[in-house]
Design a protein around this ligand. Structure first.
Ligand code: ATP
Ligand code: MG
Length: 472
């Protein structure tokens, strides 16, 4: 009998789904906390897990994906949100439902999850994955990635501070997660903070917490990310963007393992493993006086450099297969129709430079899977930049006046496409997209609002980016 684990924040909803599963012939087990769910999963294999999209649910999803890749995780969220559903799928969820969806659909999905699980078990080619088994989310069998896997394995067994470097989209966060989930700290929290996305003055209280009344708006005492991560790991992403003041404070935490909340003099001690990442060249930042050399040496105890995709093109084929499988195998009726690339298309993909690295490849495959109706993706389906490896800037000679488009509308469309392109390249992290566009973050946020970009569906966003103004 197929076994399903149900772990949600709301006990009533948990019971409702557990009973429904029982009625449909599944053996269901109800668990009230994420840590218990994780323990249960490490003792016994479940076919699928049903959870919500609360922070606890996300944590469970993450550990299912990393620790039990054979188990399918289905999210039933309180709200229906396109962004959340895309986010959930990207995190590796099998399906995302909102509470208001038809329960019958949920049962059908559980059925296909169970089916797919058997299918995936058969499909997993040993030669593909045996080397990467422990970190099965991270795909790659190039010599360069094998080195990365070896480093992950070694550092996971220690508490040493790790500095992960590499271009944007190379998988630095994935590596940080793999280290945490393969370490003894795996049942304790992994707390991720993007030091580049939070304005300097807020970052300090985010990291270290604050006392009630420490500053205007501090209505109550709040613990910071370091305290949240106690016993676990903190991932300081984009460390190269941290302000000099905070660099000093972080250095002290690294040296003494203690700090004070903003507005307090009491020292707080924590046991936290630190993993930092950056896509900047910190040696240059040190020379420019933007990054402290002493902090660099404290962080760079174990360096892991992730090579750019163009330096390990032999990984493209395996990555492509995995992403196609992920996109195509989600629904039972689609499974037989898993898409593939023609030889010519594949040649172009191998020639292309991939400035956005794996993220760009992943987004492209998602887009091709949605937009191309035929089973084989042809060279002509690929975006112009890959077909000719020429910059994607649009030439005015390509604008179709037949559609009745005028000057202002064309300019607006161009702006929209450019912003969508930057957002897709950066996984919708607005601060990063604003950086790419060399634009103020608040200006970008205003434009997104004005152009109603967030309310567009994924395929509309991608269609927009693929060039709705062009005649061809
Ligand atoms: N080796 C890989 N196998 C499978 N997926 C990967 C791999 N590397 C990266 N990805 C996927 O590519 C995307 C980008 O990865 P990630 O966020 O870890 O990159 P990053 O290096 O942190 O980028 P940035 O510097 O922009 O934050 C994610 O969706 C991730 O799942
Ligand atoms: Mg990252």
């Amino acid at each position: 009998m197929s076994k399903i684990l149900v772990a949600m924040e709301d006990a009533k909803i948990t019971d409702y789904y557990a009973e429904m599963l029982e009625r449909h012939g599944y053996s269901s087990e109800v668990i009230s906390s994420v840590s218990d769910a994780e323990k249960r999963l490490s003792k016994e294999a479940f076919n699928a897990v049903l959870t919500d999209f609360s922070s606890q649910g996300k944590q469970l999803l993450e550990s299912v994906v990393l620790q039990h890749p054979e188990t399918r995780c289905i999210i039933i969220s309180k709200k229906a949100s396109v962004r959340d559903s895309v986010d959930a799928i990207k995190r590796g969820a099998f399906h995302y439902f909102s509470k208001s969806d038809d329960p019958k659909e949920i049962i059908t999905t559980v059925e296909s999850a169970v089916d797919e699980q058997a299918y995936a078990g058969l499909l997993r080619r040993k030669s593909d994955l045996s080397q990467t088994k422990k970190f099965s989310e991270i795909i790659g069998d190039s010599p360069a990635m094998m080195n990365v896997f070896r480093s992950i394995e070694k550092v996971s067994a220690t508490d040493s501070t790790v500095l992960v470097t590499g271009e944007s989209g190379t998988g630095k966060e994935l590596i940080a997660r793999a280290i945490h989930y393969n370490s003894d700290r795996h049942s304790k929290p992994l707390v991720i903070i993007n030091c580049g996305a939070i304005p300097g003055e807020l970052l300090e209280s985010e990291l270290f917490g604050h006392e009630k009344g420490a500053f205007t708006g501090a209505h109550r005492t709040r613990i910071g990310r370091f305290e949240m991560a106690d016993g676990g790991t903190i991932f300081l992403d984009e460390i190269g963007d941290m302000s000099p003041d905070l660099q000093v404070k972080l250095l002290r935490v690294l040296q003494e393992h203690n700090f004070e909340r903003v507005g307090s003099t009491k020292s707080v001690k924590v046991d936290v493993r630190i993993i930092a990442a950056t896509n900047k060249n910190l040696h240059n930042s040190i020379e420019e006086g933007k990054f402290r050399e002493d902090l660099f040496y404290r962080l760079n105890v174990i360096p892991i450099h992730v090579p750019a995709l163009r330096e390990r093109k032999s990984d493209i084929s395996l990555l492509k297969d995995c992403f196609l499988k992920r996109m195509g195998g989600r629904r039972r009726q689609d499974r037989k129709r898993m898409k593939s690339f023609s030889d010519e298309a594949m040649d172009l993909m191998l020639k292309y430079n991939w400035p956005g690295n794996i993220r760009e490849l992943e987004n492209l495959i998602e887009r091709m899977s949605v937009l191309v109706e035929e089973d084989v993706i042809q060279a002509s389906d690929l975006p112009e930049k890959i077909r000719g490896d020429i910059p994607r800037e649009r030439s005015v000679t390509q604008v179709s006046f037949d559609s009745g488009i005028g000057f202002n509308e064309a300019i607006e469309q161009y702006q929209k496409d450019l912003i969508l392109h930057a957002l897709n390249q950066t996984n919708w992290v607005k601060a990063k997209a604003a950086d790419l566009l060399k634009m103020n973050r608040t200006t970008l946020v205003e434009k997104i609002k004005k152009m109603k970009l967030e309310s567009m569906t994924v395929s509309e966003q991608q269609k927009g980016e693929s060039g709705s103004l062009l005649s061809s």
